[in-house]
Design a protein around this ligand. Structure first.
Ligand SMILES: [Zn+2]
Length: 223
């Protein structure tokens, strides 16, 4: 804790004063560009890896970057998503998993959760991830299987997000884009799910994300 309190002092006496304009603006409200959903893992720093400032990302974190399907949980995830979409009007939601994820490792090895009943229960919202990984990739060595689980999990959580009415309605109007990302701790690189290619590619420029989330009108010609 000593380090944290020293950091607070340094922030207040140096950083805050040097960025007074930014903090004055933030005191009047927030208008973040995106909802960033990621794991609680201490090695992930959303603002650091995206080089964004306070006020630019609305952040939701939990073990395994999980968003329970609509109605499946009374936790804060649904409320946070709803507020980000309808209250703040974010245009993008990113679900960002990461390499070396302990939650995904535990998901694949439930025997490790004997003394962690709450975590075991929470990970049930990623049961689809576990089944996809175990049933389709069971011959892969452990490390590869975990990487697959990390990737499949962000896709499963994107599907869960689509079950939330606030999200579904905005997507249908082309007002909200969903993104599946994986951050690799070892290299600092981010991979995104290329929906056209059906695989994860390294994300290096914005143009890669264009046309990834076309609006989905069931009766386009009638509207
Ligand atoms: Zn994790």
């Amino acid at each position: 804790m000593k380090k944290l309190v020293k950091g607070l002092h340094q922030f207040q006496t140096q950083i805050f004063l040097s960025q007074k304009e930014l903090f004055d603006r933030l005191s009047k409200g927030q208008s973040p560009d995106a909802l960033f959903i990621t794991c609680s893992d201490s090695r992930i720093s959303p603002n650091l890896i995206t080089q964004t400032e306070p006020g630019e990302l609305f952040i939701l974190r939990n073990a395994g970057n999980i968003v329970p399907a609509y109605g499946a949980s009374n936790g804060g995830e649904g409320a946070t998503v709803e507020f980000a979409v309808n209250g703040l009007g974010v245009k993008d939601i990113i679900v960002c998993g990461h390499s070396l994820c302990g939650a995904m490792n535990a998901l694949l090895h439930p025997e490790k959760l004997e003394n962690l009943p709450l975590l075991a229960s929470w990970l049930s919202h990623a049961e689809a991830t576990r089944r996809i990984a175990i049933e389709n990739y069971k011959n892969l060595p452990g490390e590869d299987l975990q990487n697959i689980a990390v990737q499949e999990n962000v896709l499963v959580q994107l599907e869960n997000l689509r079950t939330h009415p606030a999200v579904a309605a905005k997507i249908s109007r082309g007002e909200l884009n969903l993104h599946a990302w994986v951050y690799k701790i070892e290299t600092g690189t981010v991979f995104y799910y290329d929906s056209k290619e059906g695989q994860f590619e390294q994300l290096t420029q914005y143009s890669q994300l264009e046309d990834q989330n076309p609006p989905r009108f069931a009766f386009e010609r009638l509207i």
